[in-house]
Design a protein around this ligand. Sequence first.
Ligand SMILES: [Ca+2]
Ligand SMILES: [Ca+2]
Length: 109
Amino acid sequence: MDKLRSGESHYEKKLRKQRTIEKTEQELFIDKMMEDFDKADLDGDGSMDFSEYVRKVWGEMEGDGEEVPISLRQLRREFRKVDLNNDGRISRREFRHMAEKCFLAASKD
Ligand SMILES: [Ca+2]
Ligand SMILES: [Ca+2]
């Protein structure tokens, strides 16, 4: 009996997994953003501090090194916008929230 039940739940789990493979565009976008977040979280503490944020944004821009495309001051402003609780670091939840907003803004037109 127990075996059967666990077999069933296993099957259900499999079904659920299959269902999550078909993700919406928004989910895919956010997954991608969260991957970027994890890459940017260099010390792996689950949040992005300002120096990690700067490295991420500058790394994405890949300037030729002669001019920095965004000033530190601008970055600080952007960082504060994402850091909703103002603790000086961007948590996964804050980042996700920003990613959702980004997606909605981009898909408006
Ligand atoms: Ca970190
Ligand atoms: Ca925060």
